[in-house]
Design a protein around this ligand. Structure first.
Ligand code: S3P
Length: 438
């Protein structure tokens, strides 16, 4: 299992996490910010930019399309949009970023030049038919390899469509809406359930006419987007790991500041509160259509709950972390309607079940979810992050709760979304250190 090229985290039992901290900028918002700034006419300023593996790949792709980007600080970018893009000399490389490749496919489908969009072997395994189908209905010329990347796009005239999404996916919705900017006539996407609406918020901030009501989103074509000037709030999906750490590690109390609280993202907050967690929200403000605020969380007893339906979409990235909370909760936690988890960076239902079992957990994996009876005592062991940032961070939390030492192999993927995760945990009192894998 160990790979000499990779980093491992050595995790010891940890309690009494305390302190105040922020988290890096939101990944979904950072991807969209650099894309819309690249399409705008003029200089956009994005502070709080997430300088992480996934978003940096998207930034490099817009640079490859002829857009100049200045970097006054690691978390600040100035994007000099010219209202149009230029053909790239090489295939665009989105590394592991599903959001990057899917949303950029929507944009590239509307360009007057050809392009190729690609990524790591992990990204090449992820389903792309879900975007190829509606974009092709709009007139786009896209071919994949059995519905997967690399995606080859030829210039084609696009027309607006009304698309009823078969899965509740913000990535699919956003790809269609972004292609709609370049289409003739309006584009409508109908959502089967509410998905994150960062694209709609930011498109409006850039001056685009986007109407949304009862899950029906309609966009009018637009060129010459208005430059953006805003701060990306902290990523709720990164804060989620600290929330779960603080609700489960004995004696903990944390204040997390500047966290994005867009209600399409905060399902875990509701789930943890249903489990009995003590979490307070304060200092809520708005910027660029996105709410953010402070979360104060204290450790306390948790109970098992049932999760399904729309709630799943509002916390789709948080299930690996929720599994750890469920292991600490009294009684049964049942999750259903979460089959989309099998199509993320890894099959998160199967990989989390397999890795938590190494720590001695008993989990019933189901086709669309899982059942966990808690509380369960965990035993430290060797576990693997599987090149999936959210798996790696969730296993770190599990290791903090286990008896004895846990070694998390393949931990460098954490930097895909949460650079500084280990340092942040340590500054709050966790016993986590990085080491070279042996
Ligand atoms: C994202 C949407 C979600 C989420 C992903 C980021 C986005 O994917 O899992 O991490 O930024 O739009 P789906 O829309 O495919 O569910």
């Amino acid at each position: 299992m160990p790979n000499p090229e990779s980093t491992c985290l050595i995790v010891q039992p940890s309690q009494d996490l305390r302190g105040t901290t922020g988290v890096p900028g939101d990944k979904s918002i950072s991807h969209r910010a650099v894309m819309l700034a690249a399409l705008a006419e003029g200089r956009s300023t994005v502070r709080g930019w997430l300088a992480a593996g996934d978003t940096e790949a998207t930034l490099r792709s817009v640079q490859a399309l002829g857009v100049r980007v200045e970097r006054p600080a690691p978390d600040e970018i100035h994007v000099h949009g010219q209202g149009s893009l230029r053909a790239a000399a090489e295939p665009l490389d989105f590394a592991n970023a599903g959001t990057g490749i899917r949303l950029m496919t929507g944009i590239m489908a509307g360009q007057p030049f050809a392009s190729v969009l690609d990524g790591t072997p992990q990204l090449r395994r992820r389903p792309m038919k879900r975007i190829i189908t509606p974009l092709t209905q709009m007139g786009a010329d896209i071919s994949g390899v059995e519905g997967r990347a690399p995606l080859r796009i030829q210039p084609a005239a696009l027309r607006g469509i009304r698309y009823e999404m078969p899965v509740a996916s913000a990535q699919v919705k956003s790809a269609v809406l972004l292609a709609g900017l370049f289409a003739k006539g309006e584009t409508t996407v109908v959502e089967p359930g509410p998905t994150r609406d960062h694209s709609e918020c930011m498109l409006r901030a850039a001056g685009v006419d986007v109407q949304a009501e009862n899950g029906v989103v309609t966009l009018q074509p637009a060129t010459g987007l208005r430059p953006l000037d805003f701060r990306v709030p902290g990523d709720f999906s990164s804060a989620a790991f600290l929330l779960v750490a603080a609700t489960t590690a004995a004696g903990s109390e944390l204040r997390l500041t500047g966290i994005n609280l867009n209600p399409t993202r905060t399902g875990l907050l509701d789930a943890l509160r249903m489990m009995g967690a003590d979490i307070q929200v304060s200092e809520v403000g708005m910027e660029a259509g996105e709410p953010s605020g402070t979360l104060t969380v204290k450790q306390g007893p948790l109970c098992g709950i049932e999760i399904g339906g729309d709630m799943v979409v509002r916390m789709i990235d948080e299930f690996p972390a929720l599994m750890v909370a469920a292991l600490c909760a009294e009684g049964r936690t049942t999750v259903r309607d979460a089959g989309e988890l099998r199509l993320k960076e890894t099959d998160r239902l199967s990989v989390m079940t397999q890795e938590l079992r190494r720590l001695g957990a008993s989990i019933e994996e189901r086709e669309g979810g899982f059942v966990i009876e808690g509380p369960q005592a965990l035993q430290g062991a060797d576990v693997d992050g599987h090149d999936d940032h959210r798996i790696a961070m969730s296993l770190t939390l599990a290791g903090m709760l286990a008896q004895g030492q846990t070694r998390l192999h393949d931990a460098e993927c954490i930097a895909d979304s949460f650079p500084g995760f280990e340092e942040s945990l340590r500054s709050l009192g966790a016993r986590v250190v990085a080491a070279q894998d042996e």
